[in-house]
Design a binder for this molecule. Structure first.
Ligand SMILES: Nc1ncnc2c1ncn2[C@@H]1O[C@H](COP(=O)(O)OP(=O)(O)O)[C@@H](O)[C@H]1O
Ligand SMILES: [Mg+2]
Length: 468
């Protein structure tokens, strides 16, 4: 760090003879210098070189001139280390003012105030200049060696201060660097944690679906049989009861032909006891309700089967998505008729590679959900399609009741439903999720309570080989 060495001194004094004196003390001619060197070498040995270094002395005869020199020196990147400043200079700035200006430009500058007498008390001066640690006082008349030693010591001090500040800024730089590295590392860690969390929840979701799929397949198979015969038995029962009723009517007529009033009374009492009229009314109702019930069970089982895709032996095909949407709309037209207007915002789409009936099922689920989300007032369902690069999108937006933020997590869970028994099985969205994932696509939802929900499905135009 020897390049930090700075031997430059500025003397500001309005008396020319003072400059002469300083020059003699600080920059002896080379002859004097050699003499001095020799003397010192004999006295202290040849090691003691540093005190012999020449000073570089500049002169200014007033505060303003001194400031000018200081500014120029800074601009030339060779600042002064030390300034001797006369306290009393009648023209222009006095010493205190001069020092204030010098320090404004160069706070590093070491300063020696030279004075025989002063317009300030020392306390006032120190108070005014604040920087006690960069200020020494030299009283006139001064001693040569005193001036030399002061110059030497203060130049070394300047050097050490400079070195410390360079090291400090180096350290600060290192700390900044380390802090930035830490920040980067912690951000990377956070990203990894987030990714992991997301993967985990995807895993949970697909595991749920997989195990439910198996369960559903088994249950559907087991239940399908009894549903079949209960349903056909109910049909038969309905027919049989109609025949029984005919028979009862016939018996009723035949009662008139019975001679024994005792028998007629008994029949009458029996009829009252079993509430025959009520039975005749109620039995068909019970059968009708049972039929509806078993139909509902049948539908649930069908949903379950779709869900587990036990009988999905469909083929991947290149299909026009818009056609699929239109035909799905036709199927649910009845459901929609009284609840919502349908707005279509279709873009021209390329054919996509998919399992068409499954994709139609997704669209159907979304449209049915949208219509079921409508309140008592008629709403709007907007169907949008779009193409971005190699991905098509379908959006189903409704003006329905919306979904609470807390529930957004749950709606894709199997059997999660907020609908009354009979209306919802809670399988529609989880089924749709499975189908979309199988197509290497994405399904997402935005919703605001009381405003409506928008479900968005994104599907790749082409399936990568691994999936098909
Ligand atoms: N468009 C929608 N608007 C409001 N809520 C919805 C919408 N779609 C789905 N949901 C909520 O998600 C739940 C699950 O939907 P889904 O899986 O289709 O089952 P289900 O319709 O049989 O209840 C619904 O019960 C409902 O609470
Ligand atoms: Mg549904």
């Amino acid at each position: 760090m020897s390049d930090l060495s700075n031997r430059r001194i500025l003397l500001i004094d309005d008396t020319p003879s003072i400059h002469e004196d300083f020059r003699k003390i600080l920059t002896p001619t080379s002859a004097q210098h050699v003499e001095l060197d020799e003397m010192e070498a004999t006295l202290f040995g040849s090691e003691v070189k540093s005190t012999n270094l020449l000073f570089e002395l500049d002169s200014a005869y007033g505060g303003q001139e001194g400031l000018g020199k200081l500014i120029q020196a800074i601009q030339e990147n060779r600042p002064y280390a030390l300034a001797f400043v006369d306290m009393r200079m009648p023209e222009g700035w006095d010493g205190a003012q001069t020092i204030e200006h010098l320090w404004q430009e160069d706070p590093q500058l070491q300063v020696v105030v030279c004075t025989a007498y002063s317009d300030y008390s020392w306390d006032e001066l120190l108070e005014r200049l604040h920087a006690h640690d960069r200020l020494l006082i030299l009283k006139k008349p001064f001693d040569n060696i005193e001036v030399q030693q002061m110059a030497n010591t203060l130049l070394t001090k300047w050097e050490m201060t400079e070195r410390a500040s360079i090291q400090m800024s180096h350290l600060e730089h290192l700390v900044d660097q380390r802090t930035a590295q830490f920040k980067q590392a912690s951000e990377a860690l956070q990203r990894e944690i987030d990714e992991r969390k997301q993967l985990e929840s995807q895993l949970v979701q697909s595991e749920k679906l997989a195990s439910l799929g198996q369960l559903a397949a088994g249950v559907a198979h087991e239940i399908n049989n009894p549903i079949g015969f209960i349903s056909s038995n109910l049909g038969a029962l309905d027919g049989y009861f109609k025949q029984l009723q005919e028979m009862l009517d016939a018996y009723r007529e035949a009662e008139n032909a019975i001679g024994s009033s005792e028998v007629i009374d008994r029949l009458g009492q029996l009829r009252e006891r079993v509430e025959l009229d009520f039975l005749r009314e109620d039995i068909p109702l019970l059968i009708k309700e049972s039929k509806e019930g078993i139909d509902r069970v049948g539908r649930i089982v069908k949903d379950l089967k779709d869900f587990s895709r036990v009988d999905s032996n469909q083929e991947w095909q290149w299909t026009n998505l818009q056609q699929g949407i239109e035909s799905t709309l036709n199927i649910v037209a009845n459901e929609l008729k009284y609840k919502a207007d349908v707005v279509k915002e279709f873009q021209k789409l390329p054919d996509i590679e998919c399992l068409p009936s499954q994709i139609n099922q997704v669209i159907m689920n979304l449209i049915v959900n949208a219509s079921q989300a409508m309140g008592p007032e008629r709403g709007t369902i907007t169907l949008r399609t779009g193409l971005e690069g190699e991905t098509v999108s379908i959006e189903v937006a409704d003006t329905g009741i919306g979904i609470e933020p807390d529930n957004l997590q749950k709606i894709f869970d199997p059997f999660y439903t907020t609908k009354p028994v009979g209306q919802g099985t809670g399988l529609g969205l989880s089924l749709s999720y499975g189908i979309v994932k199988k197509h290497q696509g994405d399904i997402s939802v935005r919703s605001e309570v009381g405003v409506g929900s928008t479900f968005r499905v994104e599907l790749p135009v082409r399936q990568s080989k691994a999936a098909v």
